[in-house]
Write a protein that binds this ligand. Structure first.
Ligand SMILES: N[C@@H](CCC(=O)N[C@@H](CS)C(=O)NCC(=O)O)C(=O)O
Length: 257
């Protein structure tokens, strides 16, 4: 039996970060896939592991480690010499951590808006108002987010605002690549920052938002490089992309291509 158990979901962007880091570190792990739309994450036995009722959670020898970036940093703490993902210099480390804060503050929340509107909304549309209210109230972390979406989805204004935040994030990512001379966000070596932003960029690519970096060759190159890593293939097994789970999104892609 493996000493690591990862509770996660194939298409969850936060889970994808942790799967990638585990593969980079060469960790053997048991993967338990939760169905987020059946409410697996809200069952008492899972809430005992992660009281926030979200994925991912990593159980390591009986210890519950929660929150994607905390988990990735934890893996770094216990395996500092296997494929190091943090710079040694404290100034560089601070720079990387500031990038992580930005990623979780700007593009991380912004990508949820189109993801929910395009893919996840139908899961809620057939519910009655009472059922939806009950579902919202059962969520320790995402209650207000789900309520703000409602059963009809985010408004055009909210969609536009999230695209504008994603554009700002793309500009910032380009600046990081220019400053570091690439190919990774912090320079010649991949760091946690690359893993943190990866699922946002992959999601944007998947839902037809790649035009946001059409003028940015450094980002195109970054994307090509990360897709070529062995951990990428292992992380994004079939069903990890929204277009693989929700075929109607593929048609939308074709229409726009
Ligand atoms: N800060 C947390 C956020 C985790 C999170 O929001 N997970 C989403 C999937 S990416 C989730 O489990 N959602 C379930 C729900 O909303 O009920 C982390 O990085 O791990």
């Amino acid at each position: 039996m493996s000493e690591f158990t990862l509770y996660n979901a194939p298409q969850s962007t936060c889970s994808q970060r942790v799967r990638y880091a585990l593969h980079e570190k060469g960790c053997d792990f048991e993967e338990i896939r939760l169905d987020l739309f059946s409410g697996d994450q809200l069952k008492p036995e899972y809430l005992a592991i992660n009281p926030n009722g979200v994925v991912p959670s990593l159980v390591h020898s009986g210890n519950n480690i929660i929150d994607s970036l905390v988990i990735v940093e934890y893996l770094e703490d216990i395996f500092p010499h296997i494929c190091p993902l943090r710079p040694e210099d404290p100034i560089e480390m601070a720079k990387m951590r500031a990038q992580l804060k930005f990623i979780d503050e700007v593009p991380g929340p912004a990508i949820r808006i189109p993801s929910y509107n395009l893919a996840f909304l139908p899961h809620f549309q057939n519910m009655t108002e009472e059922e939806f209210e009950e579902l919202c109230n059962s969520k320790p972390l995402r209650r207000e987010f789900l309520k703000s979406m409602g059963r009809t989805g985010f408004s055009e204004g909210e969609m536009d605002e999230s695209i504008s935040r994603l554009k700002r994030a793309i500009n910032r990512m380009n600046e990081w690549l220019e400053d570091s001379s690439g190919p990774w966000l912090m320079g010649s070596k991949m760091t946690i920052s690359d893993i943190a932003i990866m699922p946002v960029i992959i999601r944007m690519d998947d839902i037809n938002l790649s035009e946001l970096w059409k003028e940015f060759p450094l980002i195109k190159n970054w994307l090509k490089n990360i897709k070529e890593t062995h951990s990428f293939q292992q992380t994004y097994y079939f069903g990890s992309l929204l277009t693989e789970k929700y075929p109607h999104l593929k048609n939308m892609r074709k229409k726009n291509d």
